[in-house]
Write a protein that binds this ligand. Structure first.
Ligand SMILES: Cc1cc2nc3c(=O)[nH]c(=O)nc-3n(C[C@H](O)[C@H](O)[C@H](O)COP(=O)(O)O)c2cc1C
Ligand code: SF4
Ligand code: SF4
Length: 258
C-alpha cells in the first residue's frame, strides 16, 4: 500500500513505478475520512519535497493516522536540493513515535515555477536518470532494505543557509495569498478540478482560493491552460511554460484530487 500526494505528477509516477501493482492511495482523499487506521505488510508514502521538508499536509496525514505495518517507508521526490531531508525527517518522526524503516529521495523535474524556468527544467531532465533511480528504490523496498539516506554536509549547509534566510514565503495563509488571477482566465475550472485540497471554488466563472486549506502545491498553477495563475509576490522567470510529468495525464491528476 502506497500513499501519495502529487501536484504535477512526479510523485504519482514515482509511486506507480516503486509500487508495481501495489494499491495507490491519494493522501488528499484519505484526509477527508475520519478513521485513518491502515494495516499492511509494507506501507509507504511517496510525496514531493516542499522547502526541504514534507509538505505540511503530509505531516498532518502521518501525525493523524495509524499505520500497523512491519515496514514503513518514505520517498521524497525533489528537483534540485533535498537539504538532507531523509535523515532529518526520519529523526523527527522517530521522536514523535513513528518508526521509519526506509527513507530515500528521487531527483526529478523541479516544478517550483516561481524560481525555475520549466523549459530549462525539462531540458535537463534526462540527465537525472529518473527511471534508474526509481528502479533502485523499487528493488530496495521489494527486498525490505533498512536504509535512511544520509545527509551530506553540503545539503545540511544548504538547508541551514536557506532556513536562516528563506528566499520565499510559500506557506499559504489568509495574510499570505499566494496567487493572483490575470485577465487571461477563461473560466474553464481546470484549476479547481486538479486541486487536491478542494481549495478553489468557481464564482462567476472565476476561481477563488481558500488559503486556510490550500497546500501551496502549485497543481492549479501548472494545470491552467492559459497561465492565468501568477504569484502575488514573485516574478516567475517563464510563467507561460508549465510542467506535468509526461507519464501522467490531466485526468490522472483530477482523479488523484478526487
Ligand atoms: C512549494 C514547493 C516547494 C518546493 N521546494 C523544493 C525544494 O526545497 N527543493 C527541491 O529540490 N525541490 C523543491 N520543489 C520541487 C518539487 O519537490 C519537485 O518538483 C517534486 O518532484 C514535485 O512532485 P509532484 O509533481 O508530485 O508534485 C518544491 C516544489 C514546490 C511546489
Ligand atoms: S484553469 Fe486557468 S483559465 Fe481555467 S478557470 Fe482556472 S485560472 Fe481560469
Ligand atoms: S489551491 Fe492550488 S496550490 Fe492550493 S492546494 Fe489547490 S492546487 Fe494546490
Amino acid at each position: 500500500m502506497i500513499f501519495y500526494f502529487t501536484a504535477t505528477g512526479n510523485s504519482l509516477y514515482a509511486a506507480r513505478q516503486i509500487g508495481g501493482g501495489d494499491e495507490l492511495v491519494s493522501i488528499a482523499q484519505e484526509l477527508r475520512k475520519t478513521d485513518r487506521h491502515y494495516q499492511g505488510d509494507a506501507i509507504g508514502i511517496v510525496v514531493p519535497l516542499f522547502e526541504f521538508d514534507l509538505p505540511d499536509v503530509v505531516d498532518r496525514f502521518i501525525a493523524t493516522s495509524t499505520f500497523d505495518t512491519d515496514y514503513f517507508f518514505i520517498v521524497s521526490t525533489f528537483g534540485m536540493h533535498s537539504g538532507g531531508i531523509a535523515e532529518r525527517v526520519s529523526k523527527r518522526l522517530e521522536a514523535a513515535g513513528r518508526h521509519v524503516d526506509y527513507y530515500n529521495t528521487v531527483i526529478m523535474v523541479d516544478n517550483a515555477i516561481q524560481v525555475f524556468d520549466m523549459e530549462e527544467q525539462m531540458r535537463i531532465d534526462p540527465e537525472k536518470h529518473v527511471d534508474e533511480q526509481l528502479e533502485a528504490v523499487r528493488a530496495d523496498i521489494a527486498a525490505r532494505r533498512h536504509y535512511i539516506q544520509p545527509a551530506t554536509q553540503e545539503e545540511v549547509d544548504f538547508y541551514e543557509g536557506y532556513m536562516a534566510n528563506p528566499a520565499f514565503d510559500l506557506h499559504p495563509r489568509l495574510d499570505n495569498p499566494l496567487y493572483r488571477l490575470t485577465d487571461a482566465c477563461i473560466g474553464c475550472g481546470t484549476c479547481s478540478r486538479v486541486c487536491p485540497m478542494r481549495s478553489i471554488t468557481m464564482e462567476d466563472n472565476r476561481p477563488s482560493w481558500d488559503y486556510t486549506t490550500c497546500a501551496g502545491c502549485y497543481a492549479c498553477v501548472h494545470a491552467c491552460p492559459k497561465a492565468a495563475i501568477r504569484f502575488t509576490k514573485y516574478q516567475e522567470p517563464n510563467p507561460e511554460v508549465h510542467y506535468r510529468n509526461p507519464h501522467v495525464t490531466l485526468a490522472d491528476l483530477i482523479k488523484a484530487a478526487g
